[in-house]
Design a protein around this ligand. Sequence first.
Ligand SMILES: C[S@@+](CC[C@H](N)C(=O)[O-])C[C@H]1O[C@@H](n2cnc3c(N)ncnc32)[C@H](O)[C@@H]1O
Length: 210
Amino acid sequence: MRGRNKPWADAFILEHANYLLENKNYKFDKPTYLEIGIGKGDFIIQSCKYYQDVFHIGIEVNKSIFALALKKIVEVDNLDNIALLNIDATNILDYIPLNSIDKIFLNFSDPWPKKRHAKRRLVSSRYLKIFKQILKSSGQIVLKTDNKNLMEYAKECFDEENFICVDYFDDYQTVEGDFVSEYETRFRSLNQPIYRIIVKFEKEVKHESN
Ligand SMILES: C[S@@+](CC[C@H](N)C(=O)[O-])C[C@H]1O[C@@H](n2cnc3c(N)ncnc32)[C@H](O)[C@@H]1O
């Protein structure tokens, strides 16, 4: 998603800095969902409204797009189960504790089709190794995409990193408790099939020796 430079972004983010995770003093003491690449925020806003007992964290690297999402979030009354990070997902460990996330959502992540850019895909092993650390045991990654090649690549990487498939759809129809992002709206209007996979990661329980 290209975000045209928004000259007002810096001032707007500063004005609403109370929405930033670093200012929330959140203790990770609730079920916590993380969306990476929130775009303009449609998915995470709907999820916050539906899952009111779940805390949501949204990450978006592009500052202009981040500011647009923040603007939409600020306009929703009483949305207090959300915090945002304007960072690249590679830096997640600087902000999110180990073993703290129940679900990670990747909605229509950039496919980076060229092989030499594979490491930039959010489903590449480079990212999955980081995501595993912040997930709780049995924590899940939920990936939706219109891109078959990205889905095939994701499945290979999930296998390589020992994620277990919980559910897979190659012509996914939205179910209660799932939400449609801006990209999904666009692809559905073009009648493109949507792929969805849910995987989980089991962590070993360490027993203390006497
Ligand atoms: C194709 S758009 C999809 C946006 C939204 N999820 C949707 O479904 O409509 C991908 C978004 O992910 C963001 N993104 C890409 N790589 C990222 C990264 N490494 N860390 C954080 N955000 C990233 C992009 O800036 C872009 O806004």
